[in-house]
Design a protein around this ligand. Structure first.
Ligand SMILES: [Zn+2]
Length: 265
């Protein structure tokens, strides 16, 4: 397999680590919102997440509350469709958009891909059907054509037990050739998934705040723990990811700062 995986930053937020983790450093850390484009080389182009929405968020007081808790920094140039176009990639050529979960910093750029097939898990579909403030789901951030968009909803039985370098994971083979496995990583949000690309790099979404913070999951303070959909599952997913890392799988989290554009080189 010889596809390409490209990384884009679509807005960012910043937090004091000591407010997030017990024993965390008094350090304001910037958390970029990553978007990842897998190009299989045969016309199949899969986007993983879409970053923050640029411009106004028409979601009323809930949006004000969210922005106060997790203040985003986002400029018009951060829009993922625009960045792809600037990079010589026609946004209309994106065949699939996978969403790790439906928080604002992951669905903000959905509007740029009206022709793509959106890949959703059953859990994500459930949270969309009954969006709750505590779950951080704001359907007002989705475009007007969302209901009519092409969607592939993966029922729970689309996932099966797959061995990845000796570690058992619950996975769905999106493209049918093993090049792009959606990996069940529950806990952070309902229906949260990652993607294992070409068997070697795992896009782990928000299963942790960052690669170096994976081991600190038990030290999350009360508030950041309370906003996890299922704190126990979140810890189990972190343990699974640590096993995969030990088995040689490279983990990349949505909010990891990455220096490189090309990730599979
Ligand atoms: Zn999230």
């Amino acid at each position: 397999m010889s596809g390409r995986l490209r990384h884009y930053v679509c807005g960012r937020t910043a937090h004091d680590l000591s407010a997030m983790f017990r024993g965390g450093a008094h350090e304001t850390r910037e958390f970029p919102s990553g978007v990842f484009l897998f190009d299989r080389g045969d016309g199949t182009r899969v986007l993983f997440d879409t970053g923050y929405a640029t411009g106004e968020w028409n979601i009323g007081w809930r949006g004000v509350l969210y922005r106060r808790l997790l203040p985003p920094t986002v400029a018009p140039a951060d829009d993922i469709a625009r960045q792809l176009a600037d990079d010589g990639i026609d946004p209309a050529s994106i065949t699939h958009v996978v969403l790790s979960h439906l928080h604002p910093d992951h669905i903000g750029g959905v509007s740029g891909f009206p022709g793509a097939t959106f890949v959703l898990t059953a859990g994500q579909q459930r949270s969309l059907a009954a969006p709750r403030l505590r779950a951080g789901i704001f359907t007002g951030l989705l475009p007007s054509w969302w209901d009519e968009a092409s969607k592939l909803v993966l029922a729970d039985d689309a996932f099966r037990d797959i061995d990845v370098s000796g570690v058992s994971v619950w996975a769905a083979d999106l493209l049918g050739d093993g090049s792009y496995l959606l990996i069940d990583l529950p806990g952070h949000a309902e229906g949260h998934v990652g993607a294992l690309v070409e068997g070697r790099m795992l896009l782990a979404g928000d299963a942790a705040w960052g690669g170096d913070l994976l081991g600190a999951t038990d030290d999350l303070r009360a508030l950041p723990r309370a906003v996890q959909h299922d704190a126990a599952a979140y810890r189990r997913s972190a343990a699974l990811l640590q096993n995969l890392a030990a088995a040689g799988i490279r983990l990349v989290f949505s909010h990891d700062p990455l220096g490189a554009r090309e990730l599979l080189d």
